[in-house]
Design a protein around this ligand. Structure first.
Ligand code: FES
Length: 105
């Protein structure tokens, strides 16, 4: 499915994402700037922080307690925040726009 990452500064990166893959891995494999994934998806860094469309958020698996704990300490976290290493791409991601925080450039 085609998805678009939007940097805090407005730059956009449209890429192909495979359902079942994590959003973080998808971004790294496509060299999307702003998704760093320093801990490799171990819920220990929050450098994979992103903002999802609220409508999409309602349709996917909710964040675990551990992810919510990490998000509490993430810079500029909002109600739309997720850690992309914990989010699996689904068909419902088609056409979605994923915004990235100012702290990750
Ligand atoms: Fe470190 Fe997601 S990659 S918390």
């Amino acid at each position: 499915v085609r998805i678009t990452f939007v940097q805090h500064g407005g730059a956009e990166h449209e890429i192909e994402a495979a359902p079942g893959e994590t959003l973080m891995r998808t971004a790294l494999d496509n060299d999307v700037p702003g998704i760093i994934g320093e801990c490799g998806g171990e819920l220990a860094c929050a450098t994979c922080h992103c903002y999802l469309d609220p409508t999409l958020l309602k349709d996917i698996e909710p964040a675990s307690a551990d992810e919510l704990d990490m998000l509490q300490g993430a810079i500029d976290a909002t109600a739309d925040s997720r850690l992309s290493c914990q989010v699996l791409v689904t068909r419902g991601f088609a056409g979605t726009r994923i915004r990235l925080p100012a702290s990750q450039i």
